[in-house]
Ligand binder design. Structure first.
Ligand code: HEC
Length: 494
């Protein structure tokens, strides 16, 4: 049966080829098709300009430039393979995700894939070979741009026995009046060790705290596992029950793969006059520490002059309780040992988070398997009830290295169920925020659910200095080699 189907498919392909060549012959063109059609750089360059060159530019995040015909031709075979497999341009949301702003710039049409393939197979001809400028990528957001950097570079260092450092830096935008941040580009100076950057607004009491903490270190910032450590925002089980997990308002965040900088048109994030900005940088020291001075480039539009809709970031974390497979007997497979390890590395407050998450998600430890035979697909979820009418503009997911699937849904199981984001093949290096092409309204009493799936098998453990780590009980934790399951929404009150 199988063989017959293949036979039929081949016959169909052959028939199609005959039809195509008959059409070509009928068109009066007598040259062989391959020579006639071989495209040149001029044909493919507009695709590279629009869909590749934003990253593939000298000094960009990609390993070679696609702005010049010569470098593109040198990588022609790689380009053919990566575009055919759908690996480039990188686009992580699955087919069951809704449409997002700008996604057409991240997805090649079949005709574009075909043209690139014909260009490569035809010898990647350069022709006149004029270089291209990336299309888009520059901000249209209203406002004026401020570049904010910490006073000095910082050399990250992990706590004894740890691999991670969370450091908070004070940035001063000196805003004389309330303003909307309409675009934020975070530029990690050492992308090899920067795992995330979050910009928090520190207004009122929090601004006073942030400046005091910074002064106390002589302007070098402060260690800030769990959150920026400002007085209004200590992470406790109670504060975890509010939208923001106890943290002050987020302005923006950067994670590896992040390319979405502008908020959707007509929206912004409100930053108050006189506020400080705390920039939390998570350094993961799997690679050697180097002095870092990451910067934030933010566009501010005065609130009085613009009529923008303010966006808030809502965090929906789920507990992470990943046991070892039953076959493995090790001290590290004990949950108690994992909790003690977090206290030692990140401090007592941060180590409370795993228990706080069980509490706010209404779960008990008994709901998670203790020592299953297989740990290749461990699932966790958390449902959050919507407590005020929201318009959801943006959505993102966050896990670390053992996560392989994350889903964020509105009203799962109900007739009006809607997937807000599904990433079926999670890749830590390709994280981004996605703005919905059509913002979605959520009403009081609706449910937002985040679901993560993890693989805690021996072969899926992270590599540290080239060494595969031993399987262990993994909790929600601050380190890259710990785990998270976090849904993020950017929404406005309605
Ligand atoms: C959002 C940024 C981004 C976009 C858009 C993008 N790339 Fe890439 N590309 C990268 C990065 C980063 C790498 C290196 C890491 C990796 O392979 O995942 C890469 C790697 C590649 C490689 C493999 C290079 C090698 O030898 O390992 C090829 C080929 C490639 N890209 C082609 C393309 C083409 C063609 C397009 C457009 C149709 C494109 N990329 C769009 C960021 C991007």
């Amino acid at each position: 049966m199988q063989r017959r189907r293949i036979g039929l498919a081949l016959a169909a392909a052959a028939a199609a080829a005959i039809v195509v060549s008959a059409i070509a012959a009928g068109s009066g063109n007598t040259r062989p098709a391959a020579h006639r059609a071989a495209p040149t750089w001029a044909d493919v360059a507009p695709i590279f300009a629009e869909k590749c060159a934003g990253c593939h530019t000298p000094g960009g995040i990609a390993p070679f430039s696609l702005r010049s015909a010569r470098t593109a031709a040198a990588y022609a075979n790689g380009i053919l393979v990566m575009t055919k497999l759908g690996r480039m341009p990188p686009w992580m949301p699955g087919k069951d995700s809704p449409a997002y702003l700008g996604q057409s710039r991240r997805i090649l049409t079949p005709a574009e894939k075909n043209l690139i393939a014909r260009w490569v197979r035809g010898g990647a001809r350069i022709g006149a070979g004029r270089p291209v400028e990336p299309v888009g990528g520059t901000t249209n957001a209203p406002g004026t741009t401020l570049t904010l950097a910490p006073a000095k570079p910082y050399l990250p260092k992990a706590a004894v026995g740890g691999l991670d450092d969370y450091h908070c830096f004070l940035l001063e935008p000196h805003l004389a009046q309330n303003a909307y941040a309409t675009s934020a580009v975070i530029k990690p100076q050492q992308p090899g060790i920067v795992h995330h950057v979050i910009l928090f607004e520190a207004a009122g009491e929090n601004a006073i705290d942030a400046r005091r903490l910074n002064d106390a270190s002589g302007g070098n910032g402060w260690t800030c596992f769990g959150g920026p450590g400002l007085s209004e925002t200590h992470p406790t089980a109670d504060s975890a029950a509010n939208d923001r997990l106890g943290a002050p308002p987020w302005i923006s965040a950067w994670v590896p793969g992040h390319t979405t900088n502008d908020t959707p048109s007509g929206t912004g994030v409100l930053v108050h006059a006189g506020a400080a900005i705390v920039m939390q940088v998570h350094y993961n020291l799997i690679h050697k520490a180097k002095p870092d001075r990451s910067r934030a480039v933010i566009r501010f539009a005065p609130a009085a002059d613009t009529n923008l809709t303010p966006l808030n970031t809502i965090l929906i974390p789920a507990p992470v309780e990943l046991p070892c497979p039953r076959s493995i007997r090790s001290r590290l497979c004990s949950r108690d040992v994992a909790v003690k390890d977090e206290i030692r590395k990140y401090g007592y407050n941060a180590a409370l988070i795993p228990s706080g998450l069980l509490y706010i998600c209404g779960k008990s430890l008994g709901e998670y398997p203790r020592s299953p035979a297989s740990v290749r697909s461990l699932t966790t979820t958390c449902d959050r009830r919507v407590n005020r009418p929201l318009r959801i503009y943006g959505v993102a997911g966050h896990m670390h290295l053992r996560g392989f699937d994350i889903r964020i849904e509105l009203n799962p199981g109900a007739p009006n169920a809607q997937t807000l984001l599904h990433i079926p093949r999670w890749n830590f290096h390709w994280q981004d925020a996605y703005y919905l092409a059509r913002p979605v309204d959520a009403n009081v009493g609706d449910t937002i659910r985040v679901t993560c799936r993890f693989d805690n098998s021996a072969i899926r453990q992270p590599l540290v200095n080239g060494k595969l780590q031993k399987p262990r009980y993994v909790l929600w934790g601050e380190g890259t080699t710990d785990e998270m399951c976090l849904g993020l929404l950017q929404a406005a009150d309605r």
